[in-house]
Ligand binder design. Structure first.
Ligand code: PAZ
Length: 355
């Protein structure tokens, strides 16, 4: 289920920039296809498409489960083609990996498009909070490795769940690291997923860079601190182009059969709702889930079109908050357990409406 053969975090030195690619103006909403003709797809993209096709075919033929494409983790923006330095985006992958587990538990098959080495469903409970060797001990009688008694019960439950998902071929894991890999892969997967019809859900929890350096402007080698690269007062000045906003393309063409949900992250609570409403109006998808960096593990807000549909979607957009109670926090509930049942209901309505 894991695409262990695909690696995204090590740049491919053979794929040095093609200087014959002309420079291009910043893509606007109308010409965002430019991005895909003027930037280079990852070398492994055909492999991804073939894995996704096999996965969809398997579920069409055998289970006809609902399928969720979940994006998770942050994208990077390389500053050099042979990347030593890059700009990163905040996101541990908690939202995506937790949501994946819950959707899998609720009968979905999941395509998990994640930042390589960020949190994964199931292993997330162990991978980032303790040295993994501390979960184990050596049995001094036969020198076999065992799980420490303290961790046995928790690990047993999670291992059972994981094996069930693995045996039923319900989880396909695809990595990305750079924003370019993310965009090409998202386009390929969402287009392929559209053939699955309304039983597909796109759940965009990844934190995607808003700015990037187009391939035509990317230095091939490590930026040197020589005078050539620096301003007269010794500053390194980097020009970043805006990343075209592709959500509209997913909604309108790439995956117009799918229910589409995006997340909106802000740090200023005074602008969160308005930004979520704006996104809903601009992209015309099904739901925006707003969250604040500071409280994202305890509360989220759903901003959706009002049932009283009109052209002024932003004015009519509905808000619904989901919050963990103190008791739930004490008992280690995760906010995704509280709001995902509503997402599943929304998706079921979407499926019923289109059938
Ligand atoms: O991965 P994580 O749990 O640390 O963070 C999740 C999140 C805050 C990145 C996600 O909920 C989110 O809001 N994603 C969209 C980010 C954006 O507005 O681009």
């Amino acid at each position: 289920m894991n695409s262990e053969d695909i690696h995204t975090s090590v740049p491919d030195p053979n794929k040095a920039i093609d200087r014959s690619i002309p420079d291009f103006p910043v893509a606007k909403e109308v010409d965002d296809n430019d991005y895909f003709t003027k930037n280079t797809p990852p070398t492994y993209i055909h492999e991804v498409v073939s894995k996704v096709k096999d996965f969809l075919q398997y579920h069409k033929a055998n289970t006809f489960k609902k399928i969720a494409l979940i994006t998770s983790g942050g994208t990077t923006v390389p500053l050099e083609n042979n990347t030593v330095r890059f700009i990163d985006n905040f996101s541990a992958g908690t939202r995506g990996s937790t949501s994946a587990e819950i959707l899998l538990k609720n009968g979905y098959a999941v395509i998990f498009l994640y930042r390589e080495f960020s949190l994964l469903p199931y292993s997330r409970h162990f991978s980032h909070n303790l040295h993994f060797l501390d979960y184990m001990k050596i049995n001094s009688i036969d020198n076999k490795i065992e799980i420490n008694d303290d961790h046995n019960d928790k690990m047993y439950k999670i291992l059972l769940d994981y094996q069930k998902i693995k045996d039923s071929n319900s989880l396909l894991i695809i990595p990305f690291t750079t924003v370019n890999q993310y965009l090409f892969t998202l386009k390929s997967i969402s287009t392929t997923l559209n053939t699955y019809g309304s039983k597909s859900l796109i759940y965009l929890a990844a934190a995607v860079s808003d700015f990037f350096i187009p391939v035509s402007k990317l230095p091939q080698h490590k930026i040197q601190s020589s005078v050539n690269n620096l301003s007269s007062n010794g500053q390194l000045i980097i020009n970043l182009d805006p990343v075209p906003k592709f959500l509209k393309r997913i909604v309108d063409d790439w995956s117009n059969n799918s229910l589409i949900i995006s997340f909106k992250l802000e740090t200023d609570q005074n602008i969160l709702i308005n930004k979520a409403k704006l996104a809903l109006k601009r992209y015309n998808h099904n739901l925006v889930i707003g969250n604040l960096l500071q409280t994202r593990k305890k509360e989220v807000v759903f901003v959706s079109k009002s049932s009283n549909e009109s052209n002024q979607i932003d004015k009519n957009a509905q808000e619904k908050w989901f919050r963990l109670t103190d008791d739930q926090i004490k008992n280690n509930f995760e906010i995704e357990e509280i709001f995902l049942p509503e997402v599943i209901k929304l998706h079921d309505l979407w499926i019923n409406k289109t059938n």
